[in-house]
Design a binder for this molecule. Structure first.
Ligand SMILES: CC(C)(COP(=O)(O)OP(=O)(O)OC[C@H]1O[C@@H](n2cnc3c(N)ncnc32)[C@H](O)[C@@H]1OP(=O)(O)O)[C@@H](O)C(=O)NCCC(=O)NCCS
Length: 185
């Protein structure tokens, strides 16, 4: 993976109305394992990973890198957002900054994903002005499709990969015509 870009990292924790976006901490490890082992979370992203494998593989010291945010509600991790470049998983995303989001199922249906992703995109727009962000998600992943649309991602193309139809969208900085960019509760 190549660097996200010349960004100042880590930023001060980003506070939204209900959430905090911050660097990973050692205390997040249990929630990270819960996230990656969850069948619901993994349903459209390659499936869950075995919990015992995760227990062995995930280090006590958290992995940190520019663009990797833990999302915290009332002091506890509920999800993770990534802004990465060149993960190599899709030709369409090559060289682009790409958004990814994973939230624990108990935190779904409250608007937390939208609130946190909007804040992460705001951070990105300040850090790398003028640069678009791309997003790939299965079209069958209805929650993710709704979130992408809410955030202002616009469809570029659909294609088949990993045995499923994928939606590839792009977000451009700046307010969309006729509305504000931020997605609040
Ligand atoms: C994708 C994912 C983050 C979406 O989570 P989500 O909670 O549905 O998304 P949002 O934060 O946009 O919340 C929207 C829901 O909150 C509801 N909501 C409740 N209170 C709200 C509030 N105060 N503000 C906004 N929305 C609110 C909305 O009505 C909506 O519910 P609905 O989908 O039943 O209509 C989540 O399903 C997930 O982590 N999935 C697994 C990982 C994954 O597949 N990631 C995609 C790969 S990139």
């Amino acid at each position: 993976m190549t660097e996200l870009g010349p960004v100042a990292w880590p930023p001060a924790p980003i506070r939204t109305e209900r959430l905090v976006l911050r660097e990973p901490e050692a205390r997040d490890r249990t929630a990270v394992i819960e996230l990656l082992a969850s069948p619901e979370v993994g349903a459209y992203i390659g499936g869950p990973r075995p919990r015992d494998e995760l227990e062995r593989a995930i280090p006590r010291a958290p992995a940190r890198r520019p663009g990797l945010f833990v999302v915290e509600l009332d002091g506890v991790m509920i999800g993770r957002i990534t802004l990465t470049r060149d993960t190599g998983h899709l030709r369409q995303a090559a060289g682009r900054a790409e958004l990814g989001y994973l939230f624990l199922p108990r935190a779904w249906g409250c608007g937390y994903g939208a609130e946190a992703c909007a804040a992460a995109l705001d951070w990105f727009a300040d850090a790398l002005p003028g640069e678009p962000v791309v997003l790939a998600t299965q079209t069958a992943n209805a929650r993710s499709m709704r979130l992408a649309a809410k955030l202002g991602f616009v469809e570029v193309e659909r294609f088949d990969a990993y045995g499923a139809e994928q939606w590839f969208g792009m977000w451009s900085p700046g307010p969309p015509p006729g509305g504000a960019r931020s997605v609040g509760p």
